[in-house]
Design a protein. Structure first.
Lengths: 98, 375
């Protein structure tokens, strides 16, 4: 078990405690910042994948229908489920660590 | 304006995301805050009389906290994204910034000896956010012009179409709304990137001279380049609006856009006294800024106050709580008047962050005007 911090909470909060914070605990502002930044990355990936499909289609390579088909392919289902479970385990490790 | 380097797909996606995030925050969250407020006050049958009382209802709500935090974070992300999209092009941009027109129509006069006031440069040392959350403010970064051009358009929900590509219609309408059609010398105080200065030049093509002054050399440089590219003859000069150095009665119209709320009461008083000195007898002053809190319903005044802490607007509350018309009268101005700018623009989102709901509101642009007695 770690010992309690020997500095006051406002110092522990670090840079987010400087300037504006909307929530009583500035850590919540920082967490929201992480979520919004992740949102930006997710949107970029979604857009880029959409563009990739469009670019391939322009080159005569139609992949969109094939992607839909593969998503429901029963033969791929076990591998996809395993990938998903591994992803969730990594993603939620901080929550389930105890 | 000088052409900016095109963003990459990833940068464009980031801008789109931030624009969408803000739009959602305004049209869903801020609108939701106002709807909840209306329900609460209708149910209680005791609508608050003051913005502080309205704040007691609004501020604790999770939706307000979330909307405020999102706005603040999106603003920081926007400036960072704008800066990042230009950082790979610093040499190219340096060339643009240093390439002065061979035969300029106007002029750029910088004063390296001008001492910048502490209130303008020392935010961070006080633990306050930089003005508008622009890292380093508007004065230290030579790229501040391009960063503002891109980040400012993003703030105005128009990053793909740009904002200052031509003077916005509202600024031209404001410029043309001055009492006379015939001005000889016009001064734009705190002109920053020259948006209003260019609108004034277009509104009064026969004026002998249109001058924009600011204390930021980087902003003036960008304003000059933009004006020259548009073929507008404007003098941009680095001067402090509290002590310009111009002779008495030098101008017959003095104007300003989004300047007043950036000044402390002490500095504002000094700027207005200087404006009075600079105006010829019978001349006019005219400013476009935010509506005072007293002109808004209490709940909207409270939401407007967010920018003070949430957007690095150090003097926002002080100015918007003040009786600016009394300030003008104390300086000696007459025919002092104020009110919303008479310019309908349904797609205008507003300037104050949490006054934005996606619905056009005329009072979001506020005009103050007065005359110097004819003598």
């Amino acid at each position: 078990m770690s010992s309690p911090p020997d500095h006051p909470p406002e110092a522990a909060a670090g840079p987010a405690a400087r300037g504006y914070h909307a929530f009583e605990d500035p850590v919540h502002d920082r967490l929201l910042g992480v979520i919004l930044a992740l949102g930006a990355e997710v949107w970029n990936l979604r857009e880029r994948l959409g563009l990739l499909e469009s670019a391939l289609a322009r080159q005569g390579v139609e992949v969109s229908a094939l992607i839909e088909e593969l998503a429901l392919d029963p033969e791929r289902a076990p591998a996809m489920a395993a990938d998903r479970d591994a992803f969730l385990a990594r993603f939620l490790r901080a929550v389930s660590a105890d | 304006m000088p052409e900016l380097p095109a963003p990459t797909q990833e940068q464009a996606a980031h801008f789109d995301y931030l624009e969408g995030l803000r739009g959602y925050n305004y049209t869903v969250h801020v609108k939701g805050i106002l709807d909840a407020y209306e329900r609460a006050t209708t149910a209680d049958r005791a609508a608050p009389d003051t913005m502080d009382e309205a704040g007691v209802i609004i501020a604790p709500s999770p939706l307000y906290r979330f909307a405020a935090a999102t706005q603040h974070l999106a603003q920081k992300m926007g400036w960072a994204a704008a800066r990042r999209s230009l950082e790979g092009h610093t040499n190219q941009l340096a060339d643009v910034l240093n390439r002065m027109p061979a035969e300029p129509r106007g002029r750029l006069v910088l004063d390296p000896a001008l001492e910048l006031p502490e209130y303008y440069t020392e935010r961070d040392s006080e633990g306050r956010d930089d003005i508008h959350l622009v890292p380093g403010g508007y004065w230290g970064d030579p790229l501040v012009g391009p960063v503002y051009e891109r980040g400012g358009a993003l703030y105005r929900m128009a990053w793909r179409t740009g904002y200052t590509g031509s003077p916005p219609g509202a600024l031209v309408a404001f410029a043309k709304g001055a009492p006379s059609d015939d001005y000889r010398r016009i001064l734009d105080l705190g002109c920053s990137f020259g948006g209003l200065t260019m609108a004034l030049r277009q509104a009064y093509p026969d004026a002998e001279e249109v001058v924009g002054i600011d204390i930021s050399s980087a902003a003036l440089r960008w304003a000059h380049l933009t004006a020259e590219e548009r073929g507008l003859a404007i003098a941009f000069e680095q001067r402090d609006a509290t002590a310009t150095g111009y002779p008495d009665s030098s101008f017959d119209l003095i104007s300003g856009f989004l300047l007043l709320h950036e000044l402390s009461a002490e500095i504002l008083d000094a700027v207005m006294a200087e404006a009075y000195r600079l105006l010829r007898p019978g001349g006019h002053i005219r400013f476009l800024d935010m509506p005072p809190y007293a002109a808004l319903p209490p709940e909207r005044a409270f939401l407007q106050s967010f920018d003070c802490e949430g957007n690095g607007e150090a003097f926002w509350d002080e100015f918007l709580s003040r009786d600016f018309k009394a300030v003008l009268r104390a300086c000696g101005f007459v025919h002092v008047a104020d009110g919303p700018l008479d310019y309908e623009e349904p797609n205008y989102w507003g300037t104050a962050a949490l006054l934005r709901t996606g619905e056009f509101r005329l009072e979001n642009r506020w005009v103050n005007q007065a005359d110097k007695p004819a003598g």
